[in-house]
Design a binder for this molecule. Structure first.
Ligand code: TYD
Ligand code: MG
Length: 497
């Protein structure tokens, strides 16, 4: 039988008989690549002949005495935590991230740490030359650890080398896009190659109980280049992210069959590789403390348009500064530039401020930034974002020793959020004096209020029930108050009577 070429979308995997500039299934442009299908299509297993040779399955009960998966600790605590408490033998981990973010550095450090701890770790590079990796190892100070290093791109060679008597405990494949399977005709990096190569390596991990770490590149759309399919095949997907200009790097679990997915690991890129940051709040607020004015005094360092958000990342509280700049727009459509937060959520908050509090925020250009390169996904940051926006608009600083959290509804009501106690505890620990928090709904358990008060030992809790209360707190004081409001601010700050 003659096999006709077919075209597979490199973004979503859809197949079409004809080439097209745009994938009909997912709408991606220029993503169709020719692939040669198997000459003989596999026979259906539905026929009696297809069933012959199959083995009977051993069905078992759900309850059994399997213990939790054994874990191998790398010794890099931030990495272990993101993986759910260590790496699980027999599992495959995909580590994605922009080029140059530090994936190779992190994994070489992890392999070295495991090797130093007595495990057998292998590092296979398809991207860099052996010398480059050696130089990096030298720089990281791990050149003397017994990591087995190889440069290879053929999955057949890799499987042949690893599937022998001496199976390592961990193998890092850097990167999956450079690997190829010689049984497939398409070029390395295409969907079918990446999928095929990953399939073989995942099979090896399961068969021999070793940990396989695949490095994957991310396209500018934020997908692991081409093969979204990979995310479904592996056990754990981690993203390594951060702003290029910042030293902070954040490792985030997106999928984890062996643990929670909302944990983050925080690292700092130094000249000797990635250093763990066990207390991220202190780091994210570091540049605040030098510029802070003395308490009670409005010094030059106390800038309008900033609010400290008491957030939760996974199980850990993280305090981070939210910065906003609001400027009159010169364009018909005001500019919005948002770093680290959701632009739609910002649009919602400006709309609520306009509609429920009588402000005119939405007509201005708005720049919103989460300091330190962190990306926040919690709606609990709503109130802090609103505080930064209103503060920027009215040019009234949020008191420097105040943290803010709460979710905002479309009515302008501020709703309670989860983990309030942990947030308050962290703020108190870092020396904050006041917390602007959601008003608890009346009639809710008194015990919870007492617990909150205890958690925020030393913090003054300021309940905010409606967004307009926040606006009132951040309004320039009326008639001849000591705080001078620049003319530009009063012009832009228009409240309806
Ligand atoms: P790398 O791990 O090669 O990134 P990836 O594998 O994700 O493409 O990291 C490269 C960047 O990290 C490079 O810009 C230099 C920087 N770096 C340091 O700042 N310190 C170091 O000790 C190392 C090894 C790299
Ligand atoms: Mg690399």
């Amino acid at each position: 039988m003659k096999s006709h070429p077919r075209y597979a979308c490199q973004q979503c995997g859809a197949v079409a008989p004809k080439w097209a500039g745009r994938c009909e299934a997912c709408g991606a442009w220029n993503s169709m690549v020719e692939e040669l299908p198997r000459a003989v299509p596999p026979k259906s297993l539905g026929s009696a002949g297809g069933r012959r040779g199959g083995h009977a399955l051993d069905f078992v009960a759900l309850r059994g005495d399997s213990a939790g998966p054994p874990r191998r600790l790398t010794g890099i605590a931030e990495l272990d935590r993101v993986c759910g408490g260590g790496l699980v033998p027999g599992s495959t981990i995909l580590v994605g991230g922009d080029p140059g973010i530090g994936k190779s550095t992190l994994l070489l450090q992890a392999a070295a740490a495991l090797a130093a701890g007595g495990s057998d770790a292998a590092y296979i590079t398809g991207e860099e030359a052996i010398d480059q990796v050696r130089l990096r190892a030298e720089r990281l100070g791990v050149a003397d650890t017994p990591v087995r290093l190889a440069s290879a791109a053929s999955v057949r060679d890799i499987i042949a080398a690893l599937d022998d008597q001496r199976v390592p405990d961990l193998v890092v494949i850097d990167s999956i896009q450079t690997m190829y399977l010689d049984t497939l005709d398409s070029a390395p990096g295409t969907v079918s190659q990446v999928r095929g190569a990953a399939q073989e390596l995942i099979g090896l991990a399961k068969r021999r109980g070793l940990i396989v770490v695949l490095v994957g590149h991310v396209t500018k759309e934020g997908l692991i280049a081409g093969p979204r399919v990979l995310e479904h095949m592996v056990d754990t997907v981690l993203y390594f992210e951060g702003e290029r200009g910042h030293q902070f790097r954040i490792l985030r679990a997106v999928k984890n069959r062996f643990g929670p997915t909302d944990e983050i690991g925080v690292f700092e890129m130094s000249d000797r590789g990635l250093v763990e940051v066990p207390n991220p709040s202190a780091l994210f607020l570091a540049d605040r403390s030098n510029s802070e004015a003395e308490p009670g005094e409005e010094g030059p360092g106390q800038i309008a348009g900033a609010a400290v958000f008491a957030g939760i990342e996974g199980t850990r509280p993280v305090l981070v500064e939210i910065q906003a700049l609001v400027a009159p727009s010169l364009l018909g459509t005001p500019r919005r530039a948002v770093v680290g937060w959701d632009a739609t959520r910002l649009a919602m908050i400006t709309a609520v401020l306009d509609a429920r509090c009588g402000l005119t925020v939405g007509a201005n250009d708005i720049y919103l930034n989460i300091a330190g390169g962190l990306r926040i996904v919690e709606p609990a940051a709503d109130l802090a974002v609103a505080a930064a926006l209103v503060s920027a608009l009215t040019e009234t600083p949020v008191p420097a020793d105040t943290v803010v959290f709460g979710e905002i509804g479309l009515s302008g009501r501020v709703r309670p959020v989860a983990h309030a106690e942990a947030r308050l505890k962290e703020a108190a620990k870092l020396g904050f004096a006041e917390a602007w928090v959601p008003l608890r709904p009346p009639g809710r358990t008194a015990g919870r209020g007492a617990r909150l008060a205890r958690a925020g030992e030393g913090l003054t809790l300021v309940p905010i029930g409606h967004l307009s209360e926040l606006v009132a707190r951040l309004s320039p004081a009326p008639h001849g108050a000591p705080r001078r409001v620049p003319a530009s601010a009063s012009r832009r700050f228009a409240t309806t009577p």
